[in-house]
Ligand binder design. Structure first.
Ligand SMILES: [Zn+2]
Length: 280
């Protein structure tokens, strides 16, 4: 599968990728994601141009501002959740938003060649794949292989003392965080981009009922070396260029760092409060 993907990338050449200089900064991309989700939650999406002229423009190349890895669940389409247009998001969807090598290779390409400044692994409430991983049943192949990708997150949460009420929500978050960690540890392109401040790797959980995306900690290559797969890494936000045209950008970055520092406290609170919400 990996060989096939690499072959596609090589032969698609310019039409698939864009090796020009980066177009988006980390903060611009973060602003786009957050404001897009706000519009989605409010039910006020933009009216995007997807006509012939737009398609012709995109035929020359793509410059997506984020790579989003999300579940295949029909209720979790990143383009709608972030109110994004054609060519704006590099989306990788697989049940349980797991990160096997094929997904890793796709994200590697998004960062290394398309210069996506943000890679987001987005879990979601009511995830059936996580529910399957929580059962003690073995499933027929190939389903069992996918479920086994999530089971280490179940074991991690169990070892941390998550109980019946909060295990489901805990595994949803842990699985997304582990996926983000895997992207950095498994891709030299991503690790280098993160260490140079050109890219941040994030995890988040999308709430199917409210439409809101709850952001979790940013991960950095330096933190990975120090803590490996710590459950709630608290990291410094990578330095990024100040936006020249968007005044809202600064508050967004500040909010992110605040969220990072509060990550452990939030997690504790979530463990107490969110259990019943995530039943499926
Ligand atoms: Zn799911």
């Amino acid at each position: 599968m990996l060989r096939i993907l690499v072959s596609i990338i090589v032969f698609c050449g310019v039409a698939f990728g864009n090796d020009d200089a980066p177009t988006w900064t980390v903060d611009q991309a973060m602003t786009n994601l957050q404001k897009g989700n706000e519009r989605f939650v409010k039910g006020k999406p933009k009216v995007w141009d997807s006509g012939a002229a737009k398609r012709e423009h995109l035929a020359a190349g793509q410059t997506p501002y984020a790579c989003v890895i999300s579940c295949s669940d029909s209720r979790v389409p990143p383009e709608q959740i972030f109110d994004a247009s054609l060519g704006e998001l590099f989306v990788i969807r697989v049940a349980g938003n797991v990160t096997p090598k094929e997904v890793l290779a796709s994200a590697d390409y998004a960062v290394g060649h398309l210069h996506c400044p943000i890679v987001l692994v987005m879990g979601h409430t009511m995830c059936g794949a996580v529910g399957a991983a929580l059962s003690e049943s073995d499933f027929p192949e190939p389903l069992n292989t996918l479920v086994n990708e999530i089971r280490p997150s179940v074991e991690a949460c169990q070892s941390k003392g998550y109980g019946t009420d909060d295990l489901y929500s805990g595994v949803i978050k842990e699985n997304a965080r582990n996926g983000a960690s895997t992207l950095i540890s498994g891709s030299r392109e991503i690790e280098q981009a993160v260490s140079e401040g050109k890219c941040v790797v994030l995890s988040a959980v999308y709430d199917i009922e409210t439409g809101k995306v709850s952001w979790q900690s940013q991960l950095s290559a330096v933190t990975m070396q120090k803590t490996e797969l710590e459950s709630h890494p608290v990291t410094e936000a990578p330095k990024a260029e100040e936006p020249k045209s968007d005044p809202s950008h600064k508050s967004v970055a500040k909010t992110e760092r605040k969220d990072d520092k509060a990550s452990s406290e939030q997690s504790q609170a979530n463990r107490k409060n969110s259990g019943s919400k995530y039943k499926h």
